[in-house]
Design a binder for this molecule. Structure first.
Ligand code: SF4
Length: 679
């Protein structure tokens, strides 16, 4: 924790060991420690981050070793997943202006009054409001999950004792919404449907059904522990899937043990387990989704391109998998509306960056950490105006909602791309059964639900009267050249012209932000060059199916000629603590985020499209906008061939294997009943 120097933080060993002595000195003063920061946590802060923090700030749980509870975490902004995981751990997360708080200050916190004072005085250093009054019960109960279970047991006990089921006299209950809104957003309708109502409003507490739950390998062992503590012997969520994308390429001994033991743990509870080397969690899980349904996942980039996902820490993911529901305080929505025609050479990745770029110009987002404004933080990003995107493309947009610190994302798509995606995915899931993936009954059930949707494809739509916290309009005609994220903040944006000529040492083409089209585009640019590139080039397709297809089309031979280092399908450099770029190098990466030191110690990382990354790898510098357009002429003229996606129903090897799998009438009938009765 806090391994890298920053204002007021002095690590023991830069990049390796955090400020242990500094923390011990503060602890020695005899007060409980509160963690204070301007922006606390990132879109991907998970249970491990919470555990690290509470190790120093929390309290021991009697008779439970190695886990702590309680503790106070204060931030100007606290990333949603971090905030929720703090709640799950029984800590007290508080958002407030932190400019009056300094390391070493002794303060008094008055949670009910919403003020922080200099200890023993009436001098107010900051004021705050609780996100919900229920948070005080969560702290008393030791976390959200014990509270939900305790409330339920209390209610049942009252009924058993001949009283009513209400627990309002014992617990603080979430506020009920006032009246019905003029309309619901798409997200509010999806969550409403998962709760059996027509919609939910922002701030409303609800427990939507979790149709799809994803678990990845770095959080998987923690999720397993949480499932054990919930005594979960079978999943109630319709589909739970486990991946091994983060650790498969460069496993430590402990990862190898996880690779050997976790698949059985998941399968015997009715979940689906991938295998090391299969590839990135999202590129698989997205292919298992049912339109308009709700899910979650232990990876912050669990951001469905169809339906909606609210990523969470391992405790909540386990709870969602075990019980089939998840507690949720419905966030507000921000609408991003695209209009107009895409300009030549501009890619979807540029549209991803156009969102913070435009928000910054509108004054809705600032880059500086101190006093940071971020309209997306904790909200749902709802995207309209690109209805014909393929689902693979839509995921680029939803995936990057994690970098905006958004709680979730919806994309309004037409029926056609979703039908195309599901028809392909049915074949992929049947192929999985034929290949021995399990649990086979879960895969069968999901196929039956997909078939049922395809037989009657209906999509939810936002109401015209729906209300948004902000509306951001982006005209595609105004985006005439690539937009990049600058080192080292995904919110800091600039056009290519602003940064042309910057020397580039290394290039990474991979991560869940990529799909097969990106590798074909990069391959075509590299083929034209036809020689080893002057940069260190890393290529890592998201799944083994992409790798096989690219190999059969000759792209791996092109990557070889270019001198690229090809990685096992998976997260590769994006993961941060596996393979790394050289210290202090300047990098162009297609990965999701470029926080300081993530890809390499002291590295400066630009985030950009695979197309621009490939050009930079050839030139050893960022091109001018005109040079880039020249390179892109060849890619644009063969776009229909380049941007083809993996449609498994058109790949004979997959179709042949899938044809051997029959879906039972029992599954078909169950899927039909579900479709008729809602979620
Ligand atoms: S590619 Fe990167 S962002 Fe995507 S799942 Fe892997 S580590 Fe997370």
């Amino acid at each position: 924790m806090l391994k890298n120097s920053r204002d007021g933080i002095h690590p023991e060993k830069e990049g390796e060991i955090g400020p242990l002595k500094q923390i011990a000195d503060l602890q020695a003063q005899g007060h409980p420690l509160a963690y204070v920061g301007d922006v606390v946590g990132t879109g991907s802060s998970r249970k491990s981050a919470t555990n690290s923090l509470l190790w120093f700030m929390g309290e021991d749980i009697p008779h439970v070793p190695n886990i702590k509870s309680g503790g106070v975490c204060i931030g100007d902004k606290i990333a949603p997943i971090f905030f929720n995981t703090m709640e799950d751990s029984g800590a007290l997360p508080l958002e407030m202006d932190v400019t009056g708080l300094n390391t070493g200050d002794v303060i008094d916190i008055y949670p009910r009054e919403g003020r922080v004072t200099q200890s023993g005085t009436d001098t107010v250093l900051s004021t705050f409001g609780l996100k919900t009054p229920v948070i005080l019960d969560e702290v008393r109960a030791g976390g959200r999950i014990p509270l939900i279970i305790g409330r339920g047991l209390t209610s049942k006990a009252r009924v058993a004792l001949g009283r009513d089921a209400s627990v309002a006299d014992t617990f603080r209950l979430p506020d009920e919404p006032n009246g019905t809104p003029a309309g619901y957003t798409l997200a509010q309708k999806m969550v409403g449907q998962a709760c059996g109502v027509s919609g939910v409003v922002p701030g409303q507490y609800c427990e939507p059904a979790m149709t799809t739950v994803g678990s990845q390998d770095t959080t998987g062992p923690m999720t397993r522990d949480e499932l054990k503590s919930l005594a979960c012997l079978g999943f109630s969520a319709d589909l739970v899937m486990q991946s091994f994308c983060h650790t498969a390429a460069y496993p430590k001994p402990v990862d190898v043990v996880t690779h050997h033991t976790l698949p059985d743990f998941i399968r015997t509870r009715g979940g689906v387990s991938l295998r090391p080397g299969d590839g990135i969690i999202h590129s698989w899980l997205n292919r298992m989704l049912i339109p308009d349904t709700v899910g979650t996942g232990g990876d912050s980039h669990t951001r469905f391109p169809i339906g909606i996902s609210f990523p969470a820490g391992s405790g909540l993911v386990a709870f969602a998998g075990a019980t089939g529901v998840m507690p949720l305080d419905m966030p507000e929505s921000v609408l991003v509306r695209f209009a107009g025609e895409m300009q030549p050479g501009v890619t979807l990745r540029d549209l991803v960056q156009a969102i913070p770029y435009t928000a910054e110009k509108m004054g809705l987002l600032t880059v500086a950490k101190q006093g940071k404004k971020n309209i997306f933080s904790g909200k749902i990003l709802e995207i309209e105006g690109l209805p014909q995107l393929k689902c693979e493309q839509a995921f680029e947009l939803s995936d990057a909602s994690a970098e905006r610190s958004a709680a979730g994302c919806t994309i309004k798509l037409d029926e056609d791309p979703i039908k195309e995606y599901l028809q392909s995915n049915v074949v992929m899931l049947k192929w999985m059964i034929a290949e021995g993936y399990g649990d086979a009954r879960t895969l069968e059930r999901r196929i039956a639900r997909m078939d049922e949707w395809l037989a009657n494809p209906v999509l939810l739509e936002a109401d015209s009267g729906a209300d948004y916290a902000a509306v951001i309009d982006i005209n595609l005609a105004d985006i005439k050249e690539p937009i990049l994220a600058l080192p080292n903040d995904p919110d800091a944006s600039a056009t290519l012209s602003d940064v042309a000529g910057e020397h580039i040492d290394e290039v990474f083409i991979g991560s869940c932000m990529t799909n097969i089209g990106h590798f074909r585009a990069a391959g075509k640019l590299l083929k034209e060059f036809g020689a080893p590139v002057p940069t260190r080039l890393w290529v890592c397709p998201p799944t083994k199916m992409d790798e096989a297809q690219l190999t059969s089309e000759g792209y791996y031979s092109i990557f070889g000629t270019a001198g690229a280092r090809t990685e096992m399908p998976g997260c590769s450099l994006c993961m941060g603590n596996q393979a790394r770029v050289a210290p202090k190098s300047t990098v162009v990466s297609t990965s999701t985020r470029n926080f300081p030191n993530r890809l390499g110690q002291g590295a400066n990382v630009y985030l950009a499209s695979a197309e621009l990354a490939a050009v930079a790898s050839i030139l050893g510098r960022l091109p001018t906008a005109d040079e880039y357009r020249d390179y892109m002429k060849g890619v644009d003229s063969t776009a229909a061939d380049t941007y083809r996606y993996l449609n498994f129903d058109e790949l004979p090897d997959f179709v042949e294997r899938a044809d051997s799998v029959e879906i039972s009438s029992e599954m078909k009938e169950a899927a039909h009943r579900l479709q008729c009765g809602g979620n």
